[in-house]
Design a binder for this molecule. Sequence first.
Ligand code: NAD
Length: 298
Amino acid sequence: MAEVIDGKKVAGDVLGKVKALTADLGAKGITPGLAVVIVGEDPASQVYVASKSRTAKECGFHSVQHTLPAETGQDELLKLIAELNADPAIHGILVQLPLPPQIDAGTVIQAIAPEKDVDGFHFINVGKLGTGELATAFVPCTPAGSMLLIERVRGKDLSGLNAVVIGRSNIVGKPMANLLLAANCTVTVAHSRTRDLPALARTADILVAAVGRPEMVRGDWVKPGATVIDVGINRIPAPEKGEGKTRLVGDVAYAEAERAAGAITPVPGGVGPMTIAMLMANTVTSAFLATGLERPSF
Ligand code: NAD
């Protein structure tokens, strides 16, 4: 039976550290500030944004939420970003995606000051991660959180280990691959055009699934003893719970995979809680850097 990697516990540890660091800053008269911007009324986005704003408050941050109507124009949003870039009380700016069709998400993300880009999506931060400048980069929250979970099991130096990342998105797959490379793994990125994925997955000491296909990774894809990180969050019908009910599953067939794996993240309760915790970690880090203090480590 695999060790179950408790993302809620690790996320709680990260948030505990964020609160302590926020108290240290408070003693210097500084409060980390996070601005979350949402355009439109997508129900899932509203839930995410509310939970980010709430956690920011719990951490002791100055938490600001800007809710703009769905018909907001791009120029209006860019004007708000420019104001937030110039506001010394704000250390982190997050624009919730997706944005409505009249707004180009790429243009908006590149308008965020790189030193306030706590999502890590600005080209400057993407480039720093790609070139191994981790000491000054903001790394996207989900892969950064996944990496902390891997470190809990395998330590910080992953020399000699093979990692396979399934998924090549800019938000998860690619930054995850870069983080594993920076930790000295031998990394392969698999995607929808990869041939014989099960055989490739079986070479992985560290297997990360970020696809968005319920339970795609089967038990016999997992090398015995491997560390399995399941990033996927998929809602599927659960008639056993009653008519119309649903449940969340990952991209990994958990019951099968945990028999082979050395350690595995559950869904829910694995990578999910890490994402928001790392957003808070990035924001307090930004406040430290803006104050000329040494970057804290997580
Ligand atoms: P995406 O749709 O942008 O990317 C999916 C990737 O999977 C693509 O690169 C694609 O090539 C690859 N893929 C698709 N079908 C495949 C197949 N049959 N075989 C191999 N590869 C295949 O998705 P994303 O934003 O990277 O998210 C991936 C999953 O992670 C989703 O379930 C999403 O909900 C979840 N997610 C979770 C968190 C979290 O906080 N835990 C955060 C972000 C995303």
